[in-house]
Design a protein around this ligand. Sequence first.
Ligand code: FES
Ligand SMILES: [Fe+2]
Length: 388
Amino acid sequence: MEKAEQIRVLRQLLGHLDAGTNVDAGGIRRNPSDAYTSPERARKEWDGFFREHPQIVGLSADLPESGAFFTRDDFGVPLLATRDPDGRFRAFANVCRHRGVVVESEARGQKRRFSCPFHGWTYDNTGALVGLPMPEHFGKIDRDCHGLVELPAEEHLGFLWVHPQPGQSVEAEQRLSGLAPELESWGFGRLVHTGEDTYAAAMNWKLAIDTFGETYHFKALHRNSLAQSFHGNVQAYDTYGRNHRMALCLKSIDELRGTPEDTWDIRQGAFPVYYLFPNVQLNVGLGGVILVRVYPVPGDPGRSVSRISFYAWPDTLSRDPDMIAQVQSTFGAVIRDEDYVAAAASQIGASSGVQDAVVFGRNEPALHHYHNTYREALGMEPLPLLES
Ligand code: FES
Ligand SMILES: [Fe+2]
């Protein structure tokens, strides 16, 4: 993040604190409750945002060296991601070319060969079919045409992108809508993977996204957790096409007062959270980065799964490994046990049918942006801005 931008954001936060103000969306918006309950809407989102849209599936640290692999099954196409002998990130449908069985069932590890559990067809980490038991019994088959189906994959600024449909293109740089230089400046490619978690919840996937969209709730929901270290209801907010960056205001920002601005690090006074369309929240801290990927459960608008990946900056990891473990448990205690509990309660409200809409305040601009972005992507009219 450019130094000038760090200073601008920190100044803005200090200005809000001094004036008792917050970001202002300019009005309120009402979001129809069926955004969270409609099977038809859920089906369109699944197709348009997941099955047929490029996905961030991890960071470079998930494939730290040649021979590393991981698997995912979050967006309709089971994925086998590898780093091949040339160090290149590759993505394949984790589906055997013989009879369609999922080939690799381990979540991650180091392997150069992947053997299908059913009959033992074996593929290498470039997807090539390199082993077929009893070929003389099986019959003639062109091995060159029976490698794993390769998916479009791009490693860009430390992000691993995959398009679930063969023959499509990822175009990662374009997807970032101008955020690329800032994301590049963080050096996400240096991170080290330190852990993973999964939060399954009885709520629409957009309710999980919504919980990351404002700090208005800190003093109530997080009064005994985040409110201890954050100024609630104070944030900076900037949009980049379909993406955005929020800067949450840490109480430690007050220590920057009176110090030279050119020594400021945004992370001393703020906690940047990037949202990358359609389903990624990237939390950037002094110790490391937390990548959250949220997925619908197909066929059920009232359920979703969040995949959480934790990464550390190498210097923090060597200096303070205990801090890394602490971050992981704190994140679970706040996001899973507070935010997602509240969001699942919102799902109960939405499903009850007693209210036709929920309301987004002028201090919740990210919610305005998310939902109008989703609507625009589905060809729907934007939610109108209402005076408040
Ligand atoms: S289905 Fe994979 S080897 Fe037969
Ligand atoms: Fe929260």
